[in-house]
Design a protein around this ligand. Structure first.
Ligand code: GLU
Length: 446
């Protein structure tokens, strides 16, 4: 069964509100566009409105974040200068539980981006049915330009500044782009020092020695594979013959490649920030992973052909996996894609216009809010293990991850058949409905 443009139906509940209603005025503090992250997120929520029935009166809950904190992060540099960085923590929704979502260190981080990422966390956590709201944080910094000591000072000061919002019952950060287990260890230590008690459950993605969970590092890539496997079954796509191209070869991209290769697929092209490498017979993923960590990234791989940046998007393959940043799959690129399937390992990689082009071309998109939910799912396991101080085996974790991801996929697949909508809209229908149901049942105070 293909998900195509011809399969649109008339929704059963047509509801009057739209995003421009008085209930949803534009926010004064950001200016989203049709392709910017928050603009993309809003368009995705808007597509769900007709399917929400009476819950649509609560839609403003999803079209504005609950709280957005902007902090100054001053640190002393190794040469004695005082540098200031802009940091954020956005709690998009707390309707279903504490805030949950990663922290990103990147020079292009903005409030608007963090808001969208927090919004996607709300939908993702609800679509997979984790008992969390959605949140995200970030610091506008190039961490590669900092020494290890500077990075530690930045992390600790940022953690202290967002201490107003975070806590194991309030909002639980985790790794995201350019943040890892070491940064989570510093965050946990700083929070614990500030509250006067070791509080492992304040962050997830920690080192295993400090209450981290086995299997967390590989969880996102593993989850991408689990749902990719389920999708392939339903599309009669034989993974042992599939050719896969990936954009991004960090933690998520490299583990995703490893999992698909282990299932027999050929990884034919990989692009990172330095360039792209291609081999129609398949790249050696283990060798590529080792090379990718060196300066020059994947371009240092011997035995493949280099690709020009835009050539990557037109490569002949079956499955295309964006695993880098938002907004990469633009309308222009969508027109040239040869893959049958796009699996969004990154958050927000496809612009709304590109999404429509892919739909009209009959290319199936497995959306981020389900495709990359493996990371936060094992974060949930970590949080539960920290509370009970009882730790599970890696096998238990991977099995439960498979169960949750496969179960969530089946619900999204069934909703897409039932409503005759894209998998993205199906995932948003499930996620938004759960959030708004919680909101409506809780009611407003006062
Ligand atoms: N940063 C990951 C994501 O975007 C994981 C978040 C978490 O584990 O809380 O889903």
């Amino acid at each position: 069964m293909r998900v195509g443009g011809s399969l649109r139906s008339t929704p059963t509940h047509r509801c009057p509100p739209t995003m421009s209603d008085a209930a949803n005025p534009t926010l004064s503090y950001i200016t989203p566009t049709a392709t910017s992250p928050w603009g993309t997120y809003l368009a995705q929520v808007e597509a769900v409105l007709p399917y929400l029935g009476p819950l649509s009166r609560w839609i403003g809950t999803l079209t504005r974040p609950k709280r957005a904190l902007i902090v100054d992060v001053p640190i002393e540099m190794d040469d004695g200068r005082i540098a200031h960085y802009e940091g954020y923590r956005v709690q998009h929704s707390l309707s279903r539980g504490p805030g949950k979502g990663g922290v990103r260190f990147h020079p292009d981080v903005t409030l608007e981006e963090v808001m969208a990422l927090a919004g996607w966390m709300t939908i993702k956590n609800a679509a997979v049915n984790l008992p969390f709201g959605g949140a995200k944080g970030g610091v506008r910094v190039d961490p590669k330009a900092l020494s290890r000591k500077e990075l530690e000072r930045l992390t600790r000061r940022y953690t202290s500044e967002i201490g107003l919002l975070i806590g194991p019952q309030r909002d639980i950060p985790a790794p995201d782009v350019n943040t890892d287990a070491q940064i989570m260890a510093w965050m946990m230590d700083t929070y614990s020092a500030n509250v006067g008690a070791t509080t492992t459950g304040v962050v997830t993605g920690k080192p295993v020695m400090l209450g981290g969970s086995l299997g967390r590092v590989k969880a996102t890539g593993r989850g991408v594979y689990f749902v990719g496997r389920e999708l392939a079954k339903r599309l009669d796509l034989d993974l042992t013959k599939a050719r896969v191209a990936l954009q991004g070869f960090g933690n998520v991209g490299s583990v995703t490649a490893e999992m698909f290769a282990a299932a027999g697929a050929k990884i034919v092209a990989v692009q990172d920030q330095y360039g792209a490498v291609y081999h129609p017979a398949g790249l050696d993923v283990a060798r590529l992973a080792a090379v990718a960590k060196q300066p020059g990234g994947v371009t240092g791989y011997q035995g493949g052909e280099p690709l020009a940046p835009d050539e990557f998007w037109t490569i002949d393959c079956d499955i295309l996996i964006p695993a880098a940043l938002e907004g990469q799959l633009t309308a222009a690129r969508a027109r040239g894609i040869k893959a049958r399937v796009v699996i969004e390992a990154a958050n927000g990689p496809t612009t709304p216009e590109a999404d429509l082009i892919l739909r009209d071309r009959g290319i199936v998109v497995l959306p981020d809010v389900i495709a990359n939910a493996g990371g936060v799912t094992v974060s949930y396991f970590e949080w539960v293990q920290d509370f009970s101080s009882f730790f599970w085996t890696e096998d238990e974790i991977n099995q439960r991850l498979d169960q949750i991801m496969t179960g969530a996929f089946v619900q999204v697949w069934d909703a897409h058949l039932l409503h005759r909508v894209s998998l993205r809209t199906a995932a948003f229908i499930i996620g938004c409905t759960r959030v708004l149901q919680a909101r409506a049942e809780r009611g407003l105070y006062p």
